[in-house]
Ligand binder design. Structure first.
Ligand code: GDP
Length: 321
């Protein structure tokens, strides 16, 4: 039975990946940052089937002991606060986990378990202000926030250990991926929660920033499948994981509200103070290489994704009321 170690197992991706790996016959060990019950919510249904340990990404000795104890065959690194604004508020703390955490894992693998296969959750934010549209695995990096800078570091360090030490280490360049487990700070979930609340008469209005901002949004369940496929290849390599399509925040509102029979224009207020500093809306990935090598393509469309999220929020609210 292969063993997988998932850092940040309590997040959206960690929880989907853990489910998939358990179904594939893996033993799963996962880290969470602290004892906050919020870190367990998404994996509560898996407790007893996965082994949970405290996060050790800030402590090299403890991390190495974790590797020595569990000898993972595969490691997936999701340990991060993926809310961009948090990286501006706490750039040093963000760097310690997002950037240095990757080196700590790579060092542990190199020293203790050099046959371990490593997946690094890289990000479209490494392209920030993109040099080309759509982006591919060879597009130059130009991150524009501390999160993107740290992810660029992690990406390059993963490549460096692959090239210098021959480790099976790869980065998936992940574009926005969403699900009913997405945290409400992200605009998709903010909108689907609000559409459900307004439908049930629990709220009237939703205040958003720029409705014309565009993103390449996919379904998280599809993306974790690609991550696993990357680690089953004969050779390690980096892949863009994206849908190749963009939609606007307005499209999201339209889809979510119309799904519950509402007109978003009667409920959504665009407020200038929530606009982000100038952002390009040109982050869109070309997933052709993943299609070719991994035989991967997203199975959930934008419309299906939004509907899935609204339905899940409605069901949860009805159950808890
Ligand atoms: P990000 O790609 O990691 O920044 O994901 P988000 O879901 O936070 O934001 C996606 C896009 O939605 C960005 O371009 C935001 O500017 C835009 N957006 C518009 N209104 C809002 C809002 O109220 N909250 C958030 N989080 N984003 C918003």
């Amino acid at each position: 039975m292969p063993t997988a170690l998932i850092t940040g197992i309590g997040g959206q991706d960690g929880s989907y990946l853990a489910e998939m790996l358990l179904a594939n016959g893996y033993r799963v060990v996962g880290t969470v940052p602290d004892d906050d019950p919020a870190n367990i919510d998404r994996i509560r249904h898996l407790l007893g089937r996965v082994e949970i340990v405290r996060d050790d990404l800030l402590d090299q000795d403890r991390l190495e002991r974790l590797f020595a104890e569990h000898r993972p065959d595969e490691v997936y690194n999701f340990a991060a606060n993926s809310v961009l604004a948090a990286s501006f508020r706490q750039p040093i703390a963000a760097t310690l986990v997002l950037a240095m955490g990757v080196t700590r894992i790579l060092e542990s693998i190199r020293k203790i378990a050099p046959r371990t296969r490593f997946f690094q959750a890289s990000s479209s934010e490494i392209f920030g202000k993109p040099a080309e549209v759509p982006q591919t695995e060879t597009t130059p990096f130009h991150p524009r926030n501390p999160y993107g800078v740290s992810k660029a570091y992690g990406h390059l360090m993963t490549m460096t250990y692959r090239e210098n030490y021959g480790l099976f280490a790869c980065s998936g360049i992940l574009y926005n991926h969403e699900s009913p487990r997405r945290s409400p700070e992200f605009v998709t979930r903010k909108i689907t929660l609000a559409a459900a609340r307004i439908k049930l008469g629990l709220a009237k209005e939703l205040r958003l920033g720029n409705l014309d901002a565009r993103r390449d949004w996919g379904f998280a369940g599809d993306y974790v499948r690609a991550m696993w496929l990357m680690l089953q290849r004969p050779q390690p390599d980096d892949y863009v994981l994206a849908t190749g399509e963009t939609h606007s925040v307005r499209d999201l509102c339209e889809e979510a509200f119309s799904h519950v029979g509402l007109d978003y224009r009667e409920h959504v207020v665009q407020e200038a103070e929530s606009f982000r500093p100038p952002e390009t809306s040109q982050l869109v990935g070309n997933p052709a290489k993943a299609g070719r090598d991994l035989d991967w393509k997203p199975t959930v469309t934008f419309r299906e994704l939004v509907r899935m999220m609204v339905d899940a929020d409605l069901e949860e609210m009805r159950r808890s009321s």
